[in-house]
Design a protein around this ligand. Structure first.
Ligand code: SF4
Length: 337
């Protein structure tokens, strides 16, 4: 077993996770609870994680909620069941804590759509602009930004900037376009997008609405404009969840990653939630990056404390500033406690 573990450890960077067989008789829920106590570890999970992971997490949330939890935890170890940029954000906020990610290859097509070298050139072409970046970006992009935002606070962040100050918004062009519309700004947009939120088919949604005439279409602002135009409510993952619980309709067509349907169903068990159909026949509205994390990988990373997120201190400090700015503005706007 030990030889297997040291061999698996040596391959973690290449494989992304500890590639070890897990005893199928193990009660992983119990084991994960045991490890949390023994190691003083907190398990943070994004709404897009598989239901089993959501059920064993200490905190489930969207990017803003998770960043806030990461900022205030007193645990020794943060286990981040989400994608790489989220665990990176936790590390930026907690340099002295160990941050674990079940699979290092859990990336993000949106973060990947903004390579730092190209973005630097783009920024140099707009020297009088400040940069507001959506949290779904790499630490390098954060370090090139003035303020970070999430879909839950982006409007307030933009409105905190004087109206005559030109802004570059990165990396999501759909979210940026939507924000330009609701704030009346004319931000210069980086041409990035999320593969999951770009896949929804307007035609299929319209057909679905014929079959479910009372269902409300609710959408995440990373969706394309044509979908947002049809939506009866647009909001961050947390805002969609709140709306679905508090609103008085009985049926919803949900245009975002399907993982959130688990919480919606738990919080509003009498309502019906229908995932908005993608443009093809595969389950492309499941984020393939988020779903790389499994209960087995989660257990292994907690047991052996690897893969771990590490970062150069210079990069961390540069990336921290715009995140702190976001938390400060969000606090002032009453969005977080
Ligand atoms: S759903 Fe899109 S933005 Fe979110 S992690 Fe997956 S690829 Fe990135």
């Amino acid at each position: 077993m030990d030889i297997n573990i040291s061999e698996a450890r040596s391959k973690v960077n290449a494989r992304g996770f500890l590639d070890i067989e897990v005893d199928p008789t193990l009660d992983l829920f119990r084991e994960i609870e045991r490890l949390k106590k023994e190691k003083n570890a907190v398990l943070l999970a994004h709404y897009y994680q598989e239901p089993d992971i959501q059920d064993v997490a200490d905190y489930i949330g969207d990017s803003l909620g998770l960043a806030q939890q990461a900022a205030k935890t007193d645990a020794d170890i943060i286990v981040f069941a989400g994608v790489h940029f989220m665990a990176e954000t936790a590390k930026i906020l907690n340099p002295h804590k160990k941050v674990l990610l079940p699979d290092l290859k859990a990336g993000c097509s949106l973060a990947d759509s903004a390579p730092a070298a190209l973005f630097k050139q783009f920024k140099a072409k707009h020297p009088d602009h400040i940069v507001i970046s959506y949290i779904n970006c790499t630490a390098e992009i954060k370090a090139l930004s003035d303020i970070i935002c999430t879909s839950g606070n982006a409007k307030q962040i933009i409105e905190s900037v004087p109206a005559d100050q030109p802004i570059i918004f990165a990396p999501d062009k759909n979210l940026g376009g939507y924000l330009n519309k609701i704030t009346g700004r004319n931000m210069v947009l980086w041409n990035g997008a999320c593969m999951v939120h770009e896949i929804f088919s307007l035609e299929k949604i319209k057909k679905l609405k014929v079959r479910h005439p009372h269902a409300k279409l609710i959408a995440h602002p990373e969706c394309e404009e044509a979908i947002l135009r049809e939506a009866e409510f647009i909001g961050s993952t947390t805002q969609l969840l709140k709306f679905a619980v508090q609103d008085d309709a009985k049926e919803y067509i949900v245009a975002t990653e399907t993982g959130i349907l688990h919480q919606m169903q738990q919080d509003a068990p009498t309502k019906t939630f229908i995932p908005a159909p993608p443009d093809n026949s595969c389950a492309c509205n499941d984020c393939p990056h988020m779903k790389l994390n499994t209960l087995e990988k989660l257990y292994l990373c907690m047991e052996y404390e690897t893969p771990e997120i590490t970062m150069e201190e210079e990069l961390r400090v540069a990336a921290l500033k715009p995140i702190e700015r976001m938390l400060e503005i969000s606090r002032k706007a009453g969005l977080i406690g």
